[in-house]
Design a protein. Structure first.
Length: 409
């Protein structure tokens, strides 16, 4: 078929949303001839990757707002407003392409947020929306533990979701969707409430076969120091403060252990202050932002990934650690719960902050004291990633989805 793909975020060799976009584009391109509408700032990395590994049958169309309309978008600031306007430009480009080419199907891949519309749903062909997330929330008992910045963020996020439910273009996107792919069960219910008739839970994150091989080849930590690592932006929703509090109690049994945090974000100062307050600053290292390759090298020096996120829909760090044969300690919530099983790590119920701290401490102690268990969980984790989260094996999934909504040409 001829498929039009909307992938605002789409970059090779990246994690998170850009990597998601790139992996889905590659997999759709293995099955069909596709045209990908993406941002101009992705062009350099896409063309460099295309030189190393040509992608026949994939045509990239680069779209951006005029330069005068881009000056206020810096990093994540203003990204949602900018993306909304970008969708308008992408729609007119797509409509022109439709007249020239005649697509059989359109698939919106990124940005994967259910409360933002995709205007490509207005085109006259079957529309696939997703995977999308954003319906996940932290349990109410944890909201009081957020700092002022965190509470403000959650309030604005709740407002954005409420406005999304009122946005006629979001509702029109939902109503015109032939198949919606939801990252989590929480988002699935919200998509139904917007008017989506068919919704399928489909975890979005995945690793390529090459990435899985490289991660599986990472050596195990050969030092005498037991190290726990957390990878991700230092945001309140990541729950790293819960991890630090649990680590304080864990040190009573294992005083030589270390906790590494890889990532940067607005919570860093608060977390650094917390380490001093807890008396664990000497055993905690903040590495700051690192390129993905450097972060994975640090992973090789660690034994366990701690991922106490309160409302992740994806959980890329979990998959990378699992592929590297590291067991994962996480909360039994949302995206993490879809990836980590009792055979591959330890999922902790999220009832209250105090209970989570106690249970995280217990999980750390259990893994630190049992090398054989760590090896067993790590091996099972790598096998689970290969079986269920190898994005090079999405062909059957895509064929099933597309086959349900569009005739084969």
């Amino acid at each position: 078929m001829k498929v039009l793909v909307s992938a605002y975020s789409c970059e090779p060799h990246k994690g998170s949303e850009p990597g998601l976009g790139w992996n889905w584009v590659r997999q759709i391109g293995h099955l069909h001839e596709i045209w990908v509408i993406t941002r101009s700032n992705n062009r350099k990395s896409i063309e460099a990757a295309n030189v190393k590994e040509p992608l026949p049958g994939i045509h990239f169309v680069y779209v951006d707002l005029p330069r005068w309309a881009r000056f206020w978008k810096k990093g994540q600031r203003g990204v949602h407003a900018y993306y909304y306007l970008w969708q308008v430009c992408a729609y007119f480009v797509a409509r022109r392409l439709q007249r020239q080419i005649g697509f059989d199907l359109v698939h919106h891949v990124t940005i994967g947020i259910y409360w933002m519309p995709s205007l490509l749903a207005l085109l006259p062909m079957p529309f696939v929306w997703g995977p999308v997330g954003g319906g996940e929330s932290a349990p109410p008992a944890f909201k009081r533990a957020h700092g002022l910045r965190g509470r403000a963020y959650e309030a604005l996020r709740d407002l954005a979701r409420a406005m999304g439910h009122l946005d006629p273009f979001v509702r029109l996107t939902a109503e015109r969707t032939a198949m919606a792919l939801s990252k989590t069960v929480a988002t699935q219910s919200r998509l139904h409430s917007l008017g989506c008739r068919k919704v399928r839970v489909c975890p979005d994150s995945g690793l390529s076969s090459d990435e899985i091989r490289q991660l599986r080849a990472l050596p195990q930590n050969d030092s005498n120091t037991f190290r726990i690592v957390s990878i991700g932006n230092l945001l309140h929703l990541k729950g790293f403060d819960l991890g630090l509090k649990a680590f304080q109690g864990f040190l009573q049994q294992f005083p030589g252990a270390e906790y590494w945090l890889i990532g940067e974000g607005p919570e860093r100062k608060r977390l650094e202050h917390l380490t001093r307050e807890l008396g664990v600053a000497d055993q905690v290292t903040f590495w700051g932002h690192m390129p993905r390759s450097a972060a994975l090298e640090k992973l090789a020096d660690c034994d366990v990934l701690l991922h106490p996120s309160l409302h992740d829909s994806a959980g890329w760090a979990c998959l990378e650690a699992m592929a590297a044969r590291r067991p994962v300690i996480c909360l039994d919530l949302h995206g993490s719960a879809l990836r980590v099983t009792k055979e591959t790590g330890i999922r902790v119920p999220a009832i209250s902050p105090e209970q989570v701290v106690r249970d995280l401490e217990t999980a750390m102690s259990q893994l630190a004291s049992n090398h054989i268990l760590r090896v067993q969980l790590g091996q099972a984790a790598a096998e689970r990633v290969e079986q269920y989260f190898n994005c090079d094996k999405r062909g059957d999934l895509l064929a099933d989805i597309y086959g349900q909504i569009a005739p084969v040409v």
